[in-house]
Design a protein around this ligand. Structure first.
Ligand code: ADP
Ligand code: ZN
Ligand code: ZN
Length: 753
């Protein structure tokens, strides 16, 4: 008898156990590790989804010896297994490191959509029918000679099939002008057979792109390509960081590295941030590699994504390009993973399992002896730290191909503006530069940051942001009870009326909107063309792209917008970028706020002067001595890094210490609070030197979907030992835990609120 060990899909946290089921004889052929099944589970008649993790032979006696009756698998759901032993191991790793169920981790590796035989049949939405000879050409020729086959149409069809290997019914009908009825008759006479085949995907046609070929690399590019290329030939795990300014030709380097990996008979995954997985990016890969590319994008329909998954699984493509989850694409012979814009926060999953894509990619590349390449103009602090410590090979790309140069960046002191009596949101300098641009018929982008404004408090006179005295992050402003709260240590401040820096009473948490900004611009420049891009103007589908196209094609004077304008086209004629409202970015209540601010503002600044015309960037701020802005002004990432890494060290943030976040969620605030106290008390018992636990507190958004949340933060250096302690504590807590409260644990979350 064959016994299957099944892992059940259940939300019960402690259930990572496997259960034995008998594989009925009828299903023995189909049963395979990694296929999903339906089984009855528990006392009732509940059917649950599970996955086969192991198959073993047992004699009838061994089965009977258990003393209880084993149930049978009811149904096998997958036609093809997407999870082999290696992937099971990966799922277990994810489950362990990110505190989640193994099954939740496995879900990352299944094809999109739900499992069921029917839906996997639907996979073949686009099918053709292939026509093949059922008899040998000799036999058929004989029958023609002997007048057994008489019809000229039949003879035409059969001889065509003798000379052509791969013929579809559509070829016969459209190409030969033979009707479906004739085909059916020849089938009935036993000369041909019809089989369903997948229609060949033609992305080149779908995307309407033309093939392009490798550019002659610049000396800088050549060095990177040769060096990483040699790693690719070595087929030994390596991690590399390409630190290249925007427009330095990183994408061209990626394309040529992929060529090398293909020559090696291996395959590649390219990850890009969801937001930049645009038509432009995709076509750059398609035009170089044609239909050898599969695209995985969350905006594609499930059917389309399934189709891509199937092409990958069937080995029809060598390159997968996609957002975060594409790291789990079922690609064999992986030789290279590229993560573009590696600093982007979309590489951290915000839903369970809350994984770091870069960590998973490193794990996968290690097991496959593949090369991992990270690229950015503003690397994440912990990535660059690793590179500096020799854990990642570092490659610089400092110049742009051709004659484009980096823009000139200047800080405008808004406090000074107000002293001089300018109450407008636009500084005098920015107004002057805009009018210069209008005169020269060059274009301007004005970026208004709105992120973070609601949740913090600032002095309007001196720009002071209220910070926690213990943690040096800005405190979160809770409007309802008018208090400031630190989300790391729970420090509270009430009744803030006076700025501790300058004594002003002009304290607020508000900002102006893009609409107001547009109005002000129209007042100052009544006769110019202005476009606005924000949440209001981009509700319709594709409107984002349409606004950018219009801005470019109609040579509109000014584009005003929120963070949405920071990613997108290179528009050659944009020579001026104004950046407003950055102060809120400078002190968000999160330890990653500074690096996000740096890369965000730097990205926007990079919109200026992408081509021949040199660019200027004006950044308006109340805080001209801020080190983030100063580093941007001087185009000096290194300076920013040195400051930032020192801060992380002093205050105990990653990469020096890890943060473990325990989130309790439930419908009754009092109960959630009590549960948090309970967990807190378990966590602080003993082990005092190995980690610090901060007392439970409510996040900024306390109530979400009618559920209350309470957080506990732990700072520690995660190691196997600490993981084991945490798991032990969780299992102690689970014994006493109330059912209507749930606990999720995450490692180094990028947002704590
Ligand atoms: P990045 O990915 O670093 O932002 P890109 O790869 O997009 O940079 O390159 C910026 C521009 O320079 C693109 O228009 C690209 O076609 C062009 N480019 C890149 N490499 C070369 C090269 N070797 N020769 C000529 N043009 C190049
Ligand atoms: Zn002040
Ligand atoms: Zn604090």
């Amino acid at each position: 008898m064959i016994i299957a060990k099944i892992l059940i899909n259940t939300s019960v946290k402690s259930l990572n156990k496997v259960y034995d089921y008998i594989v009925p004889e009828l299903l023995e052929q189909e049963a395979e590790i990694g296929k999903r099944v339906l089984v009855s589970f528990g006392r009732g008649k509940n059917t649950e989804e599970g996955i086969i993790v192991k198959l073993v032979e047992e004699t009838k006696e061994e089965v009977d010896k258990r003393g209880y009756k084993l149930k049978e698998i009811s149904e096998i759901l997958d036609e093809v297994s997407y999870v082999d032993e290696e992937r099971l191991k990966l799922a277990k790793y994810i489950s362990y490191v990110y505190f989640c169920n193994v099954y939740d981790a496995l879900k990352l590796m299944f094809p999109p959509g739900t499992a069921s035989k029917n839906s996997s049949k639907n996979l073949n939405t686009k099918q053709d029918t292939r026509v093949m000879l059922a008899k040998s050409p000799d036999e058929i020729m004989m029958d023609i000679e002997n007048n057994i086959i008489k019809s000229a149409k039949h003879i035409q069809l059969l001889t065509f099939l003798m000379y052509n290997e791969y013929v579809l019914t559509s070829d016969v009908i459209d190409g030969l002008g033979i009707s479906r009825a004739v085909i059916n008759t020849v089938v009935k006479n036993g000369y041909i057979t019809l089989t369903k085949v997948d229609r060949e995907v033609d992305l080149l046609k779908d995307y309407n792109v033309e093939r392009t070929y490798a550019k002659d690399p610049t000396p800088e590019q050549r060095e990177v390509i040769n060096k990483i290329g040699s790693y690719i030939y070595d087929e030994k795990y390596r991690q590399c960081l390409i630190f290249g300014v925007t427009g330095s030709g990183k994408t061209e380097v990626y394309l040529q590295l992929i060529e090398k990996v293909l020559n090696q008979g291996k395959k590649a995954i390219v990850l890009v941030p969801e937001i930049s997985l645009t038509y432009q990016t995709v076509t750059r890969f398609l035009s170089r590699f044609g239909n050898n590319v599969a695209i995985l994008h969350s905006k594609m329909t499930i059917a389309k994504r399934k189709e891509e998954y199937k092409r990958i699984k069937q080995g029809k493509v060598d390159i997968v390009i996609g957002a975060r989850s594409a790291i789990f694409a079922p690609l064999d012979d992986l030789g290279l993973v590229i993560i573009d814009e590696e600093h982007d926060s979309s590489y951290y999953s915000q839903t369970t399992p809350k994984y770091s894509t870069k960590d998973i990619a490193a794990y996968i590349c290690k097991t496959k002896d593949a090369i991992l390449v990270l690229g950015s103009a503003t690397p994440e602090i912990s990535t660059y730290n690793k590179a500096k410590n020799g854990l990642i090979d570092l490659f610089y790309m400092k110049s742009r191909p051709g004659i484009a140069v980096l823009p000139k960046i200047e800080l405008i002191d808004m406090r000074q503006e107000r002293v001089l009596g300018n109450t407008s949101v636009l500084s005098t300098a920015l107004k002057e530069e805009i009018s210069k641009n209008i005169k020269n018929n060059e274009q301007t982008m004005i970026f208004l940051n709105k992120r973070g404004y609601t949740s913090y408090l600032t002095c309007k006179s001196c720009g002071y942001v209220f910070k926690c005295p213990n943690c040096d992050v800005s405190m979160t402003y809770h409007k309802t009870n008018n208090l400031l709260l630190c989300h790391y240590c729970s420090h509270v401040e009430r009744n803030i009326e006076i700025c501790p820096e300058c004594g002003s009473i002009d304290i607020s948490s508000g900002t102006i909107g893009t609409q107001k900004l547009e109005e002000e611009l129209r007042e100052v420049f009544p006769n110019i063309s202005i476009l606005r891009m924000d949440a209001d103007t981009t509700i319709a589908k594709d409107s984002h792209q349409k606004i950018l196209d219009k801005f470019k094609n109609e040579n509109i004077n000014v584009l005003v917008g929120t963070q949405m304008i920071s990613k997108g086209h290179d528009i050659a004629n944009v020579t001026l970028v104004g950046i407003l409202g950055v102060d809120a970015l400078l002190g968000l209540n999160d330890y990653t706020a500074s690096e996000k601010a740096f890369s965000n503002i730097y990205q926007v600044a990079g919109r200026a002067g992408r081509a021949k015309l040199p660019g200027r960037v004006l950044i308006q701020t109340n805080d001209t001595s801020n080190y983030i802005l100063n580093s941007i002004e001087e185009n000096d990432y290194e300076k920013f890094f040195e400051n930032e890494i020192e801060y992380r060290k002093t205050f105990g943030y990653p990469p020096f210490l890890d943060i473990v976040l325990f989130e309790l969620v439930g419908g009754d605030f009092k109960v959630v609070r009590e549960e948090a106290e309970k967990l807190y008390n378990i966590l602080i018992q003993k082990n005092a030197n190995e980690y610090r636990v901060f007392s439970p507190k409510s996040p900024y958004i306390q109530k979400l979907n009618n559920k209350y949340r309470v957080n506990i933060i732990m700072k520690t250096k995660l190691s196997t030992r600490i993981y084991n302690i945490i798991y032990e504590k969780i299992s102690v807590y689970n014994k006493y835990k109330k059912k209507n409260v749930s606990l999720t644990v995450s490692k180094n979350p990028t947002f704590i609120n």
